[in-house]
Ligand binder design. Structure first.
Ligand code: ATP
Ligand code: MG
Length: 264
């Protein structure tokens, strides 16, 4: 299947992980906002079709409309967004099989009017399954970001995600260690809740770039739950991450890479 470019989209970046709940959506949302705040044109595609959390974290409920054949994304916090959560709001689960999933991912990529975008950030569901492969096989990804916590179980799954991207020749922009440590709000002592440093170590061992660490910070969770992500304010961690991501995206898009097909 060809990885046809998406007209107008300069950089297509997927945020993935092996494990669930490590902060992919949090990273995707705050990264998108940080980039938008620094003047970039940014889209955010929620590829977690079964468990779309982007609308809640971005604090937006809306129904997209189409102009002609083109679905118009919903804009919030300076970011253009598309999510299954707009099309299937509420708590009813989608009960879909593979082909439907494949088709909705294609529609989100190709039939949404992303306009001129410097970055289109894609929030992946956890794991290395169907959605990830569909996307990677068909989308001209500039690169991927792998999110992990420092715990061994998360790192084990992050290694799988790194291998998946490597197998299908998607450049890895780098590994982010999320929930690296907690600064106790009462005594200021640092607590390594999920251990510490495994992200950097794994990045080194696997020869991928380390994009940095993000502390476990209650305001990050509150920002996500209230639809006002921390990156809307001063957030040194996400500002630094956005900077690194921009640098790496420029680096890899300058590098030639072979396009390979993978077997179904
Ligand atoms: N650095 C952080 N500090 C505090 N809370 C965080 C941090 N990162 C993520 N969280 C919180 O952890 C929870 C899980 O994060 P998130 O939904 O981003 O993970 P995910 O990897 O996208 O999960 P899933 O695999 O289900 O898609 C959320 O409640 C989020 O607010
Ligand atoms: Mg998520």
């Amino acid at each position: 299947m060809p990885r046809t470019p998406i007209p107008g989209v300069q950089n297509l970046i997927a945020v993935g992980s092996g494990k669930g709940g490590v902060g992919k959506t949090t990273v995707a949302v705050n990264l998108a906002i940080s980039l938008a705040r620094s003047g970039r044109k940014v889209g955010l595609m929620d590829a977690d079709v079964y468990g779309p959390n982007v609308p809640l974290m971005m604090g937006v409920r809306a129904t997209p409309h189409a102009i002609g054949e083109r679905i118009q994304p919903i804009e919030k916090h300076g970011v253009r967004i598309m999510s299954m959560g707009f099309l299937n709001p509420g708590d009813k689960p989608l009960v879909w099989r593979g082909p439907m999933l494949h088709s909705v991912i294609q529609q989100f990529l190709r039939n949404v009017d992303w306009g001129e975008s410097d970055y289109l950030i894609i929030d992946l569901p956890p794991g290395t399954g169907d959605v990830q492969l569909t996307l990677i096989q068909t989308a001209p990804l500039t690169g991927s970001i792998v999110v992990t916590t420092p715990s061994d179980v998360s790192l084990e799954d992050a290694r799988k995600a790194i291998h998946m991207f490597q197998q299908v020749r998607v450049p890895i922009l780098g590994l982010v260690e999320n929930m690296s440590y907690l600064i106790c709000p009462h005594c200021n002592e640092r607590i390594d809740v999920f251990s510490y440093g495994g992200g950097k170590q794994t990045a080194e061992t696997m020869n991928v770039h380390f994009l940095g660490e993000l502390p476990l910070d209650p305001s990050v969770r509150i920002g996500g739950d209230s639809g006002k992500p921390v990156a809307l304010g001063d957030s040194p961690g996400f500002t630094a991450l956005a900077h690194e991501v921009e640098r790496r995206a420029a680096e890899v898009s300058g590098a030639k890479r072979p396009v390979v097909e993978i077997e179904d």
